[in-house]
Design a binder for this molecule. Structure first.
Ligand code: GRF
Length: 194
């Protein structure tokens, strides 16, 4: 067996964790060791996915903290104990503070996010409905570096899908999510190869 050194990453989730699952399934090919999966919600299904894969999990619930800053500092303290190369946001539904972003956007670590739109179009929420309402012929997903401005950091990779006349926000979300599962492993690999 090849003696390749793996890059340590952690994954932050809030929900289903299907992107997490894709990263778990492709970890060998990407060349990563997932040190921990962190959720801000105790009932996130992604925690079960991590446990099934034998990955350690940590719940840090934002509602138990008085402020965004306090929550972010609890996250920073925990993540600092792991010293990951990449902090992967995969359906993590919290906006992170400047302190968090500065802590892990360094020479030795980066923060990545996946957004279900072809950035710079449709930052924020309800991306699929907005693309349909605008009469767009295509939609997609982007993996980007996280900066202080929401969904605005440098795009690493994107994948697009065709919007069919029969699509609604749900069918489009499913089509895009399928592409996300291919896109995120590719984007992490690309960042690590730089
Ligand atoms: C994905 O569509 C992702 O782009 C968005 O939230 C969804 C998370 O899905 N940020 P999952 O939890 O990975 O299944």
């Amino acid at each position: 067996m090849a003696n390749k050194s793996l890059s340590n990453i952690i994954v932050l989730i809030s929900g289903s964790g299907s992107n997490l699952q894709s990263i778990i399934d492709n970890a060998d090919d990407i060349g990563v060791n997932i040190q921990s999966v962190i959720s801000n919600k105790a009932d996130a299904f992604g925690l079960q996915r991590a446990k099934n894969a034998g990955i350690s999990t940590k719940v840090i619930e934002h509602m138990h903290f008085a402020s965004r800053k306090d929550f972010d500092h609890a996250l920073i303290r925990y993540i600092n104990t792991l010293n990951p190369e990449i902090v992967v946001l995969a359906g993590f539904m919290r906006i992170l503070s400047a302190d968090f972003i500065a802590a892990f956007s360094t020479n030795t670590s980066k923060i990545l996010n996946i957004h279900p739109a072809l950035l710079p179009e449709y930052k924020g929420l309800n991306t699929h409905q907005r693309a349909i309402d605008a009469g767009d012929s295509e939609a997609g997903a982007s993996v980007h570096f996280v900066t202080n401005e929401l969904d605005s950091g440098e795009v690493i990779l994107q994948k697009s899908v065709v919007i069919d006349p029969s699509d609604n926000a749900d069918t489009l979300a499913k089509k895009v999510l399928k592409q996300e599962h291919i896109l995120y492993p590719e984007a992490i690999k690309k960042v690590l190869q730089k």
